[in-house]
Ligand binder design. Structure first.
Ligand code: NAP
Length: 552
């Protein structure tokens, strides 16, 4: 496989390029895919819609945005030198540090030269005779590639709800997932935040510090628990370095991709007093360990879950002084873990501030946005700034917007009209040589870990083709059906996410209600990948393109 070397620049007009591997998206998954493709000796180019690297960590640069997985468990593990030379400052790094890290990786491994920024893909078309994809960006630049890898992520298309008058507001308006590069000044301003998911609850305390008045519009309360972030001490830095191999071993084998130790006890193995003490320990524990190290029946036994929720409700009541406000902040419609739980820093405390108010949209829904503010049944509140923390078209949002057409002009949007069908969350029938690691149906947990497994798998597929002399690969329909049926079956089982979760796409009007993660998780993904190797790729059909056949 040979090709001309691409030239990386941020200029709108580019020479037509021809590469072995075209990657779309400079997020964690895309950067790693570019690295692996280059390392394996393929010519490769990466197109990125933004003006810099980071993907979701580029666009979500709102104040307060930070990891809620431990920094060193989210970061790359493919290079010991990289792991040792990069010192995270905090156990849960903030967005600017994350962006710096990803830029460091790109430069450290000389990848920038193979990236084009400001290049949003508008169409991608499979050409059967040549066995290649033609991908066009928003400037009309064309790239021809043998393999097309969309690493466009699951959280890359921000969702604005259809609220009447949204465009009429004359003040400043922002979405957390499309935050501007230049800082937004909240000082002395009247600010509204709509949405209290993971993004909303991260930005709210930061805005509260500066704003003259902050009004939070909450439709559903969430089970927020403390992130318990801290700086990484020099001793901890040294320990992390010393433990590199053990960390890799644990993260490679962890079902959810965390270092947290699983609990062998069930909630009612303990006395009431022991359980209370354990819940207190969990409350003080870092990030996701409240899910991964909690009682082992927390997500399976209703009584165990209810005991934990009662504990959390008592914590919220103890922090928030006004009982009515505390009550508004306590979820009534879902159990802990049924939705993706947010992790917070001084979140509930802000509601004790006299300039912070919460509006319960279940009682007084938004009627319209006007030029000056937001109107509910209670009347109009005026604002200088409205922040939309209203989530994303999760899972398939980006893939459905890229104009992808496979064999015989089959559009991906039509193929997936009833929801995605995939094999291992990397390929779909009718779209040869097209891969989408980091997309729907992969696993659930600490994303970079299982998305990295997918990138490794895609790279192995490319190496397999090169070794066997084939240049076209497509998943067998039976394998895709089986994987998709497994995803759907697991979606209804505990500890799957509840039906109200955006993981089913229900937050987007008209989107088919289909599960977009894989609750069987990473062990199932890895077992199935191992099976592909054992069966010599029996789940795929391989071929030689007509062009390859005719050229001998
Ligand atoms: P989200 O979890 O989907 O939350 C969206 C919020 O907007 C919800 O509170 C939702 O209410 C509300 N909303 C939506 N439409 C509305 C409407 N028409 N009127 C009023 N409220 C409306 O989105 P997100 O907070 O951006 O988080 C998405 C995901 O990104 C997270 O689950 C997480 O996976 C990831 N994330 C990660 C981090 C991190 O790692 N540190 C930080 C932020 C986000 P309902 O609940 O009632 O629908």
């Amino acid at each position: 496989m040979t090709s001309t070397e691409p030239v990386s620049e941020k200029t709108p007009s580019q020479p037509a390029a021809e590469v072995d591997v075209l990657v779309v998206g400079a997020g964690i998954t895309g950067i790693y895919q570019l690295y692996r493709a280059r390392e394996a000796g393929f010519s490769a180019l990466l197109l990125e819609a933004g003006d810099g690297v980071g993907g979701t960590w580029y666009w979500n640069r709102y104040p307060g945005a930070r990891f809620d997985s431990e920094s060193y468990t989210y970061a790359y593990l493919f290079s010991r030198e990289l792991f040792e030379e990069w010192e995270w400052h905090e156990h849960f790094a903030e967005q600017p540090e994350i962006e710096r890290y990803l830029n460091h990786v790109v430069d450290r491994f000389d990848l920038r030269h193979h990236m084009r920024f400001g290049a949003k893909v508008t169409s991608a078309t499979w050409d059967e005779p040549s066995g290649r994809w033609t991908v066009v960006d928003s400037h009309g630049n064309e790239v021809r590639a043998r393999f097309f890898v969309a690493a466009t992520g699951v959280l890359s298309v921000p969702h604005f709800p259809e609220v009447p008058g949204r465009e009429e507001f004359k003040g400043e308006s922002y979405h957390t997932g499309l935050w501007p590069a230049e800082p937004v000044d909240f000082t002395g301003k009247r600010v509204a935040v709509i949405g209290t998911g993971s993004s909303g609850v991260q930005i709210i305390p930061v805005i509260a510090e500066k704003a003259a008045a902050l009004t939070v519009y909450q439709r559903s309360a969430n089970w927020c628990t403390p992130l318990n972030n801290a700086p990484i001490t020099p001793e901890e830095q040294a320990q992390l370095r010393a433990d590199f191999e053990a960390i890799c071993r644990t993260l490679r084998s962890s079902p959810s991709g965390f270092l947290h130790v699983a609990n062998e006890r069930a909630a009612f193995d303990d006395s009431d007093e022991q359980r209370r003490a354990f819940f207190e320990e969990m409350w003080q524990s870092p990030g996701f360990s409240k899910l991964t190290s909690n009682y082992n029946d927390l997500l399976f036994d209703e009584a165990a879950n209810a005991a934990w929720c009662d504990f959390l409700a008592s914590k919220i009541r103890a922090i928030v002084k006004d009982p009515a406000t505390a009550d508004t902040l306590i979820p009534k419609d879902h159990r802990f873990g049924e939705k993706r739980p947010p992790f917070v820093t001084a979140y509930f405390e802000v509601y004790n501030e006299p300039h912070v108010h919460i509006v319960d949209l279940r009682e007084t829904p938004i009627e319209r946005v006007t030029e000056r503010g937001i109107e509910t049944a209670d009347g109009l509140r005026e604002f200088d700034i409205i922040v939309w923390a209203t989530g994303f078209d999760f899972g398939t949002g980006a893939l459905r917007r890229m104009g992808i057409e496979g064999r015989d002009g089959l559009a991906l949007v039509d193929h997936w009209a009833d929801g995605p069908t995939t094999f291992l969350g990397i390929q779909t029938t009718g779209f040869p040589n097209f891969f989408f690691p980091g997309g729907p149906h992969a696993a659930a947990g600490n994303n970079p870990r299982y998305n990295g497994d997918q990138v490794d798998f895609v790279t192995e597929i490319l190496l397999h083709l090169r070794a066997t002399g084939y240049d076209v690969i497509e998943v067998e329909p039976a394998a895709e059906e089986k994987w998709t049926a497994m995803v759907d079956r697991w979606a209804t089982k505990a500890p799957s996410f509840g039906e109200s979760s955006y993981y089913f796409g229900t937050n987007i009007p008209g989107k088919p209600r289909k599960y977009l993660l894989n609750s069987a998780g990473r062990p199932k993904l890895l077992a199935e990948i191992a099976k592909v190797y054992e069966t010599d790729y029996a789940s795929f059909r391989v071929a030689r393109s007509m062009e390859a056949v005719s050229s001998g």
